[in-house]
Design a protein around this ligand. Sequence first.
Ligand SMILES: [Ca+2]
Ligand SMILES: [Ca+2]
Length: 157
Amino acid sequence: MNKNVVKKILIFTSIFAIGLYGYYMKTRPSLATLGVEPDNELLLYFMETHPDNKVILCGYEDLNDDGRKDLLVIYEEGRRKNAMLVVLDNEEGIKLTDHIQAPVENQEIKFKDIDKTGPIEFIVSGSKDGNYGYAIFRLIDDWELKNLFGDGMEDCC
Ligand SMILES: [Ca+2]
Ligand SMILES: [Ca+2]
């Protein structure tokens, strides 16, 4: 076979393989895209109780300071409308907190104990049509996601 043809076939196959791999990574939820292992018990509980809401991003951390890790979930609530809540891993079982609005695009979750007293706080940021916003939250009474401080949250949610 002509050397050039072999080269072309090789290049074509490589591009196809890379494309296929990219597609596979995109469709398959992973730790890198979700922020938590896809088989996490709290994530599975959320997906079971919210079968119509696509999960966008999670953060796995102890949010009520009881020594057990909980799951902050940002999910699709409707068309260009996202929400977030915490799936609590309590001794009596798994419990959901109240939900509030979450950024529409480029969501990011960070955990930081800003006042050096438990529980840990979490910072959620994101954007909508280029408007950036963020807020620092603390989970209160295992129910309320309290916005402590932030800027532009209403423009990105
Ligand atoms: Ca906890
Ligand atoms: Ca704190």
